[in-house]
Design a protein around this ligand. Structure first.
Ligand code: SAM
Length: 278
């Protein structure tokens, strides 16, 4: 069973479920569309928090979405989970627990399945499929090229971006970032190391362009959220305002965005986010 998270773990699920209900309500009478829910980091089905005597269990997003019956359920559910232990539990908690539902589970890397999803949606045979996706990683597992593959497709996607816990941590204050970390940032943001350095560091140089001092720009977390949002806007027509997930010391760990090619979707997503940010 997954063991992590604070109150924000529950809030991001509430945001997703509230949006899913609004989405299903709009789709209620559009029965010509086949609705698919795609979860790229599905977990085990339940989330545990706390130690031995005081363990609190939260129902994970996968089951919360399967349980929605009104205004209309999804027609199919596709769950991806890479960890074999979580995957075995996920199968038990979804496919086996809801045998009448059309549920697919796969133990794979999410990036591979996002690209498979985009190929599936691009196939004219599947032109009636509409997808709501939930991409809920704990770290920087999502590669930019996977997100890019979704360009122009009929998909609404909630995506959790590790701005504080991921990007900001790799951006060392003195600019001395290892090659491995720079490569991780490049794959995650889909930018070159020069572009990344330009965005996050101030350099002082002599008349002859010798670098004398490198300093990390202020507000790197907010800066990385803005950067990722602008990257998303290159792929999707609309991107919601983000929900900020903060820890108990009020530091931002993640930003959660909704992306879509539909204006109404963005409006609904931003309204839900606003409610929870307050
Ligand atoms: C934050 S948890 C997901 C929680 C889940 N959304 C829920 O509501 O219960 C992230 C999950 O992603 C899995 N994971 C990590 N890397 C992955 C990858 N590259 N592809 C797919 N799943 C991955 C982890 O094993 C973990 O169970």
């Amino acid at each position: 069973m997954n063991n992590f998270g604070g109150d924000w773990t529950k809030i991001k699920i509430e945001i997703l479920v509230e949006y899913a209900k609004a989405y299903l309500s709009i789709m209620k009478d559009r029965t010509f569309f086949k609705l698919m829910y795609f979860d790229g980091f599905a977990g085990s089905g339940f989330i545990e928090k706390g130690k031995k005597a005081d363990v609190k269990v939260t129902v994970g997003a996968a089951r919360r979405i399967i349980e929605i019956a009104e205004p209309r359920p999804f027609d199919s559910y596709y769950f991806v989970e890479k960890d074999p232990v979580n995957f075995a539990l996920l199968e038990k908690n979804t496919k086996e627990a809801f045998p009448k539902k059309k549920i697919y589970t796969i133990c794979e890397d999410c990036n591979k399945k996002i690209i498979d999803l985009s190929n599936f949606l691009r196939d004219p045979k599947n032109s009636k499929v509409r997808t709501l996706a939930y991409i809920d990683p704990c770290g920087m597992q999502v590669e930019w090229r996977s997100i890019e593959s979704l360009r122009g497709l009929p998909i609404d996607m909630w995506i959790l971006v590790p701005t504080g816990l991921g990007v900001n941590r790799l951006l060392k204050k003195n600019g001395q970032i290892s090659d491995a970390w720079l490569e991780k940032l490049e794959i995650f943001l889909g930018l070159t190391r020069e572009e990344i350095e330009k965005r996050f560091y101030k350099k002082s140089a002599t008349l002859f362009e010798e670098i004398t001092h490198i300093e990390k720009e202020k507000d790197a977390i907010e800066n990385s959220a803005k950067l990722y949002q602008s990257r998303l806007k290159e792929v999707f027509e609309f991107v919601s305002k983000p929900y900020e997930l903060k820890n108990s010391s009020n530091s931002t760990m993640y930003h959660l965005f909704l992306t879509s090619n539909n204006k109404t979707a963005e409006k609904i997503g931003s309204e839900i986010v606003k409610k929870y940010n307050n």
